[in-house]
Design a protein. Sequence first.
Length: 634
Amino acid sequence: MALGFFTDRPTTPIRDLDTTDQGWPAPSSEVHVQGVTYGGWMFDLRKNLKQIYGDKEGNWVTDRLFYESVRRSTNIPTSYTQVLAADDDDGNTANGTPNFCAIYEAAQRHTLPTSAPAPAALIPGVAPPTQSGQRVTLKLLGTSFCPTDPSTAAVSYLAPGSSTPATVALTKDASGNYVGDLPAQAANTVGKYKVTATFANGKTYTFPDNAADPDYQTYAGTVQNLYCTNFDDAAAPADWTHGGAPADEWEWGSPGEIAGTNDPRAAFSGTKVYGMDLGKWTTDGVYPASGTTYLQSPQISTAGMGVVRLQYRRQLNVETGASDQASIYANNVKVWGNATTANHVDKEWRFHDVDISAETANGTAQVRFEIVANATNNFGGWNIDDFCIVGIPGPQTDAGVPDGGDDASTSDASDGTSDDGDGGNGDGGDPPDVLDARTADVPLDTTGNADARDGNVDARDGSDGAGGTIGTGGSGGNAGSAGSGGRAGAAGSGGAAGNGGAAGSAGRGGAAGSAGTGGMAGSAGRGGAGAGGMAGMAGGGSGGTAGRDAGAGGSGGTVDAGGSGGASVRDGAADAVADRRPDTDGAAGATVVDGDDSGCSCRVGSTKPRNSMAWVALLALGVLRRRSRRRVAR
């Protein structure tokens, strides 16, 4: 140690701690001689920990233990117990500490007063697990000092949408690691898991060790990288912005963990990160009190993506959300925040996935990381690495649009045509309808507005087909009785003589039928095309107009009845089958489509059979009388 102390011998150390295993008590009470014992065991501890963790991490762990021993110990003999206390992770040094065997071995070289440890305490440490694909790997630390295996090592995996975790046992491989594969998972979903290793003495290591976020995430699916950076540029990326008040402490560069902050000692990949107050030992390493600070990404195109996700690595340390709020925003909409139940303390780099599809439906994504802090107990804050916006091509979705598959553009991202309810091309301004496929009315319209999908004419069903042959029935009753209105030409429920009644106009295909419910002289729709059949003057709905049937105009189709409350109704796909079942209205103006080619010869609004020939005769009679009256009026 202390190379260069002697100016005339710059390569000669003042002490050779590596080869001198001086024990305790020291051969002299002189302070420098006694210091060789302490320096020797700290040097050997550093070698042991570098063997376990590597140079950088090993040096960091040793520095932390050294500083704590100097701060806590009253003399050299007590430094051993204080180092163990600083290394302990569960308040019980009797069951071992993460680096117990490495500490004990170094202290024994220098005959420091150590009570003989219980055999059960001689267990190795365990590193946080790593994941590659579906494989999870758990590595034991310090097995050369403590060659003890855990009694059990396992993954507790929670599949997306499940509340019952599955257990995956980890088994020891040839390299001494414990490995296992997560279960297969549906594409574009996020599962959760945690890993435990339990030793015979009862000591259990659980990962992740964060009460506020106690599960790892695992994402399944193939995505396109829309934008990715690990921040390893030659200079701070110019398109990222940051700020804050009363101070902006976001920094780009290599991390340097400050004791007590749990900030990373190294980047997750490469050498650079974006973090808060990165300077090692030059600053306090924590975010500013009583203020707001943020880091914001550039705007990133998400055009053509049906699914958009934020995927990145974080090491975040922040007080409980009841005091300090760490948040993520996508296009100024909050998409994640820290828990209010516990302080959020990441002790490792964590993978974090956030679905931002709804917030990026406009075709761009801009992400902001933020902390709003109170006046006390400030922590290390955000550290960000390996930032990615990824996507899956397909129709974009935005919440709250009736069709549930709307991309807020001009065509229907849900069914490949128009009428998506977004107010764009082909809609006719009809967002209330929910489900129609691209062909003629296959699923049902289920909303309460009067066939709002079509507007005035049944444009959704296609153009009018050729007139059908004489229908087998109308919406009127037998022998001129009303379908749902007055009979023998009496007014419907709300109007003067409707286009029905005896010798009146047919109720949508019915001869001598009455008006539909309340057809106020109610302008009839046209039955002529499609399933309406011949003589297809339809009775109006209650105060409303009837819609038009469409399709190819099958022969003998039954008819649509007017709804109560002004709703019109529609047949399904082109009525190519004779005696198609009629449409019936829902209540209060709902539009309903039957889509049934059962060939039922049933009365409108009823399941009772009717005499087809009698209806044909009455139908013809009613049409002739009506035409005769019109000639007289002219």
